[in-house]
Design a protein around this ligand. Sequence first.
Ligand SMILES: O=C(O)CCC(=O)C(=O)O
Length: 201
Amino acid sequence: MQESLWRIDDFNDLEDSRISLYRDHFSQTESDRFFSILQKIQWSQNEIIVFGKKHLEPRQTAWYGDPGINYSYSGITNEAKNWLPFLEEIRKRIQNICKSTFNSVLLNRYRDEKDSVAWHSDDEPELGESPTIASVSFGATRKFQVRHKTKDGEIFSTYLNHGDLMIMHPPTQTHWIHCVPKSSKKVSERINLTFRQILQS
Ligand SMILES: O=C(O)CCC(=O)C(=O)O
């Protein structure tokens, strides 16, 4: 399958999508501070169901948000822990840029090159029809890939670095899937935060 390297300027040129990338949105000092706090929070490795089979998710996660906000994917349901002050600080910073509000955040910890997240889109019903997802990365650089759901299958890849903010605007989740693949080279720890707005019934 063809793989193309995305340049930042190309982001908005992908059909049916709108993705903005703000390199070094958080300074080195801020990013180091957030990364060090994040390493100490309580992480879990959940069992997920993929094609009817149970597996340990190949990453650790944590779920924070407003009281009562739950989020389910791949057979697991996360109940939100209360916002921590530093997460609120990051949320405020990115809400100003996104012009969107977020009531929750999924934290993802990739311990090394063997951790990953498979191809998926953030299109669970509780996210609404076409959500905005804001993604902040700290720690090691990892490859991030996107592929159109129905077009010729070309894969577009970029690298997300310490302090980068990426915003996937509507209608990206409707038409594209994304993943963080395992790496054949040794990689140290990376922590990613995906801010979401869960609709309450
Ligand atoms: O780690 C990342 O950059 C992506 C995370 C992701 O796709 C997700 O949690 O839905």
